[in-house]
Design a protein around this ligand. Structure first.
Ligand code: URA
Length: 208
């Protein structure tokens, strides 16, 4: 299984505050930004580097810089937007594409309604972001879309995953590593993650 739980005390602390139903949208947004910086730190550990030399005030120093062009961040609308700014804090030269998907209430299959991806996506590492990896249908489709656009290296970054969702993504995209703060118990009859944190989009934007 490709799921890598980021088991850091600060991550687990912030996740617990995010799960708490008393956490209001402003704090939810702030916490999601903060925890995404920490999850992003783990999820970017294999980015490529090039050797450089810089001058410190004292003398020459050998160093390493991230390869150009830097990654593309691709949030799945709408909840994925809540993870973009945290990633941009640690990767300020990243670019952001967007994918809009909704689940058809009859077929339960994801349907695309928006796509705007960087034209040079094939040259970038791509980080697809969505806080809740539930059934895995939308994440798997978003990964397929970025791949069709030419992406070769794709990572999925979520906050909370259900085993069902990890299995689906793993089966369709076995080479895509999945990073998250928690692997929860299961999905309920409405495809919500148990215990999860409810609807991440509603909690971010106060549309309860
Ligand atoms: N989407 C959410 O926002 N929450 C879930 O639990 C599942 C899907």
């Amino acid at each position: 299984m490709q799921f890598q739980r980021v088991d850091h005390p600060v991550v687990q602390h912030k996740l617990t505050l995010l799960r708490d139903e008393r956490t209001k949208p402003k704090d939810f947004r702030d916490l999601l930004l903060e925890i995404t910086m920490l999850l992003g730190y783990a999820a970017t550990r294999d980015l490529g580097l090039r050797d450089v030399e810089v001058q410190t005030p004292v003398g020459p120093a050998k160093g390493r810089l991230l390869l150009d062009p830097q990654p593309a961040i691709v949030p799945i609308l709408r909840a994925g937007l809540g993870m973009v700014d945290g990633l941009l804090r640690i990767l300020p030269a990243a670019v952001v594409g967007h994918v809009g998907l909704y689940r058809d209430p009859k077929t339960h299959k994801p349907v695309e309604y928006y796509r705007n991806l960087p034209t040079d996506i094939s040259r970038r590492d791509v980080i697809v972001v969505d806080p809740m990896l539930a059934t895995g249908g939308t994440s798997a489709m978003a990964i397929s879309l970025v791949r069709e656009a030419g992406a070769k290296s794709v990572t999925l970054l979520c906050l909370v995953a259900a085993p069902e969702g990890v299995r689906v993504v793993d089966e369709l995209h076995p080479d895509v590593p999945i990073y998250g703060a928690a692997l929860d118990e299961r999905l309920n009859e409405h495809d919500y993650i148990v215990p999860g944190l409810g609807d991440a989009g509603d909690r971010l934007y106060g549309t309860l």
